[in-house]
Design a protein around this ligand. Structure first.
Ligand code: SF4
Ligand code: SF4
Ligand code: FES
Length: 603
C-alpha cells in the first residue's frame, strides 16, 4: 500500500527511448527566418550560455570554451559540449530532437538509417548527426526545408515494404515509425507495387518473436548481441530489399539479456512474448522502481494496468545498469502471480481472526515462550528480500523490544556473477541487512537456529518473508516441534500452514521502501499496486506488533523510518528518502571496490 505521505510516483519517460529529449520546438525554420535573436529567445529549456546575446540581426557569438570543449551553433543556439560529442548528442543537450532510428546509446554507431541527416554549413551534402563529431564553430541546421524534405523521403522509403499493421502491433503507441511519420512524414506513399513479403510471427528465440516485415534493418538488435550480451546470435542476411535479420542454424536468440533486443528495436519487429497482447501501451502506468531479482538492483519501470504488473523495462542509471536488464529480472514479477497469495491472517484455534487478534496472540506467544524457556529459546529468521525499513523494524521490534537475540538472514545464491549485470546473490537487500546490523546472509546461522529447533532448545520462531521449507534440508517435522511459530509472508506456503500465527504482508510492487545493492547504493522501490486482502508492508505489521511491547514512536511511513535510519545509523548519515530520487545514492563507506558501475558506456 502506498504511504499516505508519499506523493504519487511521477510517471517516467516512455520506456525504450532513453535518448529522446523532451520535445522542444526546433528553431531552424521559422525562428531562424525571424532572426537569430528571436531564435535565441524563443526556446524554453535551451541552455543559457553567458556572453552570447547577439546584436540584432547578427549571428550569435560563440562562447569561450575550455581545452576539452567545443562550441557550435545548432539552429542558432550556441551549445558547448565535450570534444568527441556527436552533433546528434550536442543537439540533444540543447533540447533539440534529431530524429533517429539506428543510433542507440551504449552501442556502436552504425549510421545506416539516415534519419538523423542535418545540414552543416560549408558541407555541400547533408550529414548524419549520429556519426558527425561536433567541431568548433560548426553551424548546424536540423529542421530547415531541405532537411525536412529528406526526412520525409526516408520515411516514405522505410514504409515502402512495411505492412502497416499498427492496429494489431504491440509496439503501437511507442513505435518510432509511427511517431516520426506523424511528425516528419508526408502522410502518403507513391508506392503502388506489390510489397516484398517476409515471415511474420517468427519464433526467433525463447522469449522474443520476430516480425520480419516490420523490420527497418537498423541493426540495433544485432549490435546489442555482438557488443553488449556478447552472444552473437543475430546477423543480417541477404541484400537490398531481401535483407533480413536472422539467426544462425541451431542458435536461436537465447541469451540472458534477449529482452533488451525488443527494447532497442525502434519498431514492432522484435516483441517480448510475455507482453504480447497483454495491454495497449497507452493504458500502462510506468512507475520508476528497482528490480528485486538479484543484488544488482537494476533500475526499472514497472508497467501496471488494472492493478497488475504487465511489463518491466530497464530505466537508465549510469551507476547501476546503464540501459539494460536481464530476462530473469524482466520476468521476476511472475513470482507475484505464480503462487496463491496469502490474504487473511491465520490464528490457530481462532477462525476468522482479525489482524489485531493475530498481533495480540503473536505478542502473547513470544512473551510466554521467553518466560518459560528463557531469551535463548526464541529466534527470528528475516529475509534479505525485504526492504531496509522492514529490516530496521525487525531489528528494533524483534531484537530490541521483544528481546530476541538470535536473528539470522538466509542467503539465496544461484549461478555466477556474469560480465554485465547478473549477480550470483539473488537477494536484493543483503547489503542493507548487513549495514543495519542484522548480519550478512549466513546459511550457518540459519542452520544453527534450525538445529536448535530440532533439538527443542529453540521453542519460538518468528519468520519474516521466507518459506523455511524451501531452504535445503529443512523437514516439516522440525517446524512442528515449535511451540510458537509466527510468520509474516506474501504467499501461502507450507511454513504459513504450520504457523500458530500468520499475517499477510506485501509482495513486490506493493510497498514503498529502499534497498541497498551490492555496490552499496541505496535505491527506492515504489508502490505500483494495491496489495490483496489485508496484506500490509512488513514494517507496518512489525510496528503494530511493537505497540504490544511498548513502542510509542509513530513510524507512519517508510519515509519516516528511512529518515530515522539516516539519523541513527552512521553509514546512512546525510541521506534522505526524498533525496534518493529516481537514481539512488551511495551509502557512506559501503562501496564495494571494483563495482562502481555497470559495464557499458553511457553516452
Ligand atoms: S529487428 Fe528491430 S532492432 Fe533489429 S534490425 Fe530490425 S528494426 Fe532494427
Ligand atoms: S541483473 Fe539482477 S537486478 Fe538486474 S534485472 Fe537482472 S535480476 Fe534484476
Ligand atoms: S541514427 Fe544516424 S544514421 Fe541512423
Amino acid at each position: 500500500m502506498s504511504d499516505p505521505q508519499t506523493p504519487e510516483p511521477r510517471l517516467s519517460p516512455p520506456p525504450h527511448q532513453p535518448n529522446v529529449p523532451s520535445p522542444v520546438a526546433s528553431t531552424g525554420g521559422p525562428a531562424a527566418a525571424a532572426g537569430p535573436a528571436a531564435a535565441l529567445a524563443a526556446p524554453a529549456g535551451a541552455p543559457v550560455v553567458p556572453g552570447t546575446a547577439p546584436a540584432p540581426g547578427a549571428a550569435p557569438a560563440l562562447p569561450q570554451t575550455g581545452p576539452d570543449e567545443v562550441a557550435l551553433l545548432i539552429d542558432d543556439r550556441p551549445v558547448v559540449v565535450r570534444k568527441g560529442t556527436t552533433v546528434l548528442q550536442a543537439a540533444e543537450k540543447a533540447g533539440i530532437l534529431v530524429p533517429h532510428y539506428c543510433y542507440y546509446p551504449g552501442m556502436s554507431i552504425a549510421g545506416n538509417c539516415r534519419m538523423c541527416l542535418v545540414e552543416i554549413e560549408k558541407m555541400p551534402k547533408l550529414q548524419i548527426g549520429c556519426a558527425t563529431v561536433a567541431a568548433p564553430g560548426m553551424v548546424v541546421r536540423t529542421n530547415n526545408e531541405r532537411v525536412r524534405g529528406v526526412r520525409a523521403g526516408i520515411q516514405e522509403f522505410l514504409l515502402i515494404n512495411h505492412p502497416l499493421d499498427c492496429p494489431i502491433c504491440d509496439q503501437a503507441g511507442e513505435c518510432r515509425l509511427q511517431s516520426y511519420e506523424k511528425d516528419y512524414g508526408r502522410g502518403f506513399s507513391r508506392f503502388a507495387e506489390e510489397k516484398v513479403h517476409f515471415p511474420k510471427r517468427y519464433d526467433i528465440g525463447r522469449s522474443v518473436l520476430f516480425d520480419a516485415e516490420r523490420c527497418i534493418k537498423c541493426t540495433r538488435c544485432i549490435r546489442f548481441c555482438d557488443e553488449v550480451s556478447q552472444s552473437h546470435e543475430l546477423a543480417l542476411f541477404s541484400r537490398g530489399d531481401h535483407a533480413i535479420v536472422g539467426t544462425f542454424p541451431g542458435r536461436p536468440l537465447d541469451n540472458p539479456y534477449s529482452g533488451c533486443t525488443a527494447d532497442v528495436c525502434p519498431v514492432g519487429a522484435l516483441t517480448w512474448k510475455p507482453f504480447r497482447f497483454k495491454a495497449r501501451v497507452w493504458f500502462l502506468k510506468n512507475v520508476p522502481s528497482v528490480c528485486a531479482g538479484c543484488a544488482r538492483g537494476c533500475n526499472v519501470n514497472v508497467a501496471t494496468f488494472r492493478n497488475r504488473i504487465h511489463r518491466m523495462t530497464p530505466r537508465v542509471n549510469a551507476e547501476v545498469n546503464t540501459y539494460w536488464m536481464c530476462d530473469a529480472g524482466r520476468q521476476s514479477y511472475d513470482t507475484l502471480y505464480s503462487r496463491p497469495r496469502f490474504e487473511r491472517p491465520i490464528v490457530r484455534g481462532l477462525p476468522d481472526a482479525t489482524v489485531e487478534q493475530a498481533l495480540d496472540r503473536a505478542a502473547a506467544l513470544l512473551r510466554d515462550t521467553a518466560k518459560t524457556g528463557g531469551k535463548e529459546s526464541v529466534a527470528a529468521i528475516v529475509s534479505a528480500r525485504l526492504s531496509l525499513e522492514d529490516h530496521y523494524m525487525a531489528k528494533r521490534i524483534l531484537g530490541e523490544l521483544a528481546g530476541i537475540t538470535r536473528l539470522a538472514v538466509p542467503p539465496h545464491e544461484e549461478g555466477e556473477d556474469d560480465h554485465l549485470l547478473i549477480r550470483r546473490d539473488k537477494t536484493p537487500n543483503a547489503r542493507g541487512a548487513e549495514l543495519l546490523g542484522l548480519g550478512a546472509p549466513s546459511s550457518g546461522r540459519v542452520r544453527e537456529i534450525l538445529d536448535d529447533v530440532a533439538s527443542g532448545r529453540v521453542k519460538g520462531l518468528v519468520v519474516v518473508g521466507e518459506d523455511l521449507l524451501d531452504l535445503a534440508g529443512v523437514a516439516p517435522a522440525t517446524l512442528d516441534r515449535l511451540e510458537a511459530l509466527i510468520v509474516l509472508d506474501a504467499w501461502k506456503s507450507p511454513t504459513v500452514e504450520r504457523a500458530h500465527v500468520a499475517i499477510p504482508s506485501c509482495g513486490y510492487g506493493e510497498f514503498e521502501g529502499t534497498m541497498v545493492n551490492f555496490q552499496g547504493r541505496a535505491q527506492r522501490l515504489r508502490a505500483a499496486l494495491r496489495p490483496p486482502g489485508e496484506a500490509d508492508p512488513a514494517w507496518r505489521i512489525l510496528r503494530d506488533l511493537g505497540r504490544r511491547f511498548g513502542l510509542t514512536s509513530e513510524y507512519a511511513t517508510a519515509q519516516a523510518i528511512f529518515d530515522e535510519i539516516a539519523a541513527k545509523v552512521p553509514a546512512f548519515s546525510g541521506l534522505t528518502f526524498r533525496a534518493l530520487g529516481d537514481l539512488g545514492a551511495p551509502v557512506r563507506g559501503a562501496a564495494v571496490p571494483g563495482a562502481a558501475g555497470a559495464p557499458g558506456t553511457v553516452a
